[in-house]
Design a protein around this ligand. Structure first.
Ligand SMILES: [Zn+2]
Length: 487
């Protein structure tokens, strides 16, 4: 009998209150391995800031590659907590697909040896995400209080202003000048960045570190902030900043947004942030007028729930059969997902590739830009290259968005109605938004019972693919002979 060889994986955490640093994680893992009498294999770690965000993790990738190349049927990996291993459920899928089995030092495991261990592993992953969200909610409450009080929320002062809202004259003048030229169509965001860089104006920074050079992207971003006219945005609601000296008027600001919007594509709608959010709140629309429908309840708890249009005498519908019909239909669609996914390159792998491409493209472009400015290339040449670059990036962004939707879907793959109903409501709402761009509800005739016919789905591209696959299956089941080669 041979001893089990186990590798270690450790990763830096975004949340400073969340336990051990990488070196400490590794020590904990080494102890875990020693106590079990296992043999210590490789140690993989990701210790750079990019490992916290969506970027590629070289250590994690190397581990998967080694596992795939390994002659062992199973690769054992020990980590401190499952949250260190995966940043989202898709990381976990890749880990398992590469033939790895995971052991956390807190005793939980990640494997698919049996149906129940697979369920546990997936639930751990869901739970991790759920917990992260809860934590984020606390932060949101604190931010909301600050926003309501009208104080500036940023940790760094904005360009043109101090944190108390007074002006840094030279910068504020430059902003006003640029705004006027941009509105008049004389300057692009790129041109603005060039002028500001030439004048030695930099982005604000904290501490001793100097600010950075402007790019067309950072300039554009800067001009989307409502604080320019004295408001700050918090979760889609604008709060007035107290004692703030606006640099632009609302009219100027709006004129710039029109310029920006005309170039922008594919943005997602924001979520509803209210306390009483039901599964379908604002996700379904009234067929009479198109307004989002809200949850309503006649009488106390236990009485019949319904959804209704905010306009009186428009669509009202009993909640439960509607929620069930939409949930079941969605699960039917999800059942097609594995099929659709297998027809393509693995979503996860593709996502890592595309994110990597975006990263290197950006880096490459920034290097080119530095050299071009130093070499004194003509602004028209630079602008030309800049707009090509932006086009490529926005294409990649679109693909990333689609792939991320695919990932959301894969969380629920194989779920039945019970599992679905037990999952956090925000996840389920996420998923519905991934499948449908809209769901319209018509009236149920007077005295008639609920029928799924009142539901009209509008699909997202992903939803459409799944629906086509679903319809194909249904057809095959009805007319098997049409697809038979035996004739
Ligand atoms: Zn209505």
């Amino acid at each position: 009998m041979t001893t089990t060889k186990a590798h270690i994986y450790a990763r830096i955490s975004r949340d400073r209150t969340d336990g051990l640093n990488v070196a400490e994680q590794i020590v904990a893992c080494e102890n875990f391995i020693k106590n079990r009498g296992w043999e210590l294999g490789e140690t993989y770690s990701d210790n750079s800031i990019s490992a916290m965000s969506g970027a590629v993790r070289p250590g994690f990738e190397k581990m998967l590659k080694d596992a795939e190349d390994s002659s062992d049927t199973v690769t054992f990996v020990v980590y401190w907590k499952q949250s260190r291993l995966e940043r989202d459920p898709d990381d976990l899928d890749r880990f398992l697909l590469a033939g790895c089995e995971g052991y956390a030092t807190d005793g939980t495991q990640a494997n698919v040896k049996t149906a129940s261990s697979e369920l546990m592993t997936k639930m751990m992953s869901l739970y991790g995400r759920f917990e992260q969200r809860n934590k984020a909610d606390f932060q949101k409450q604190a931010n909301l209080r600050i926003a309501k009080a009208g104080t500036y929320r940023g940790s760094i002062r904005p360009f043109g202003q101090r944190k108390d809202g007074s002006w840094v004259e030279e910068e504020a003048e430059a902003v006003i000048e640029a705004a006027e030229k941009i509105i008049a169509g004389e300057w692009s965001f790129f041109r603005t960045s060039e002028v500001w860089n030439l004048r030695g104006l930099k982005t604000p920074q904290t501490g001793k570190q100097g600010g950075k050079q402007w790019t067309s992207g950072t300039v554009r971003n800067y001009f989307t902030r409502p604080r320019l006219y004295g408001y700050q945005d918090y979760k889609g609601t604008l709060y007035e900043l107290k004692d703030w000296k606006p640099i632009l008027t609302k009219e100027q600001f709006d004129a710039i947004q029109v310029k920006i919007d005309s170039k922008r594509t594919g943005f997602r709608t924001s979520n509803v942030t209210r306390h009483d959010v039901r599964l379908l709140t604002a996700l379904i629309q009234c067929a009479d007028c198109g307004r989002g429908m809200n949850a309503a309840q006649r009488g106390g708890p236990g009485s019949t729930r319904s959804y209704r249009c905010p306009s009186t005498k428009h669509v009202t519908i009993i909640a439960e059969p509607l929620e069930e019909a939409i949930s079941e239909f969605s699960l039917h669609l999800l059942a097609q997902h594995a099929e659709v996914r297998n027809q393509q390159e693995s979503t996860t792998r593709r996502l890592a590739t595309v994110q990597g491409e975006k990263l290197s493209l950006t880096k490459e472009h920034e290097e080119w830009l530095d050299e071009a400015i130093e070499a004194g290339l003509k602004p028209s040449i630079i602008a030309n290259k800049e707009s090509k670059f932006e086009e490529e990036i926005s294409k990649l962004d679109e693909e990333i968005l689609t792939l991320q939707q695919d990932k959301t879907v894969s969380i629920f793959e194989g779920f039945k109605l019970e599992g679905w109903n037990a999952s956090p409501i925000e996840l389920r709402r996420d998923l519905l938004q991934t499948l449908y761009s809209g769901i319209t509800i018509s009236r149920v005739g007077q005295g008639k019972r609920f029928s799924p016919d009142v539901i009209d789905y509008k699909f997202t591209p992903l939803g459409e693919r799944l629906r086509d696959e679903y319809l194909k299956h249904e057809m095959d089941a009805l007319h098997p002979w049409e697809n038979s080669d035996a004739i």
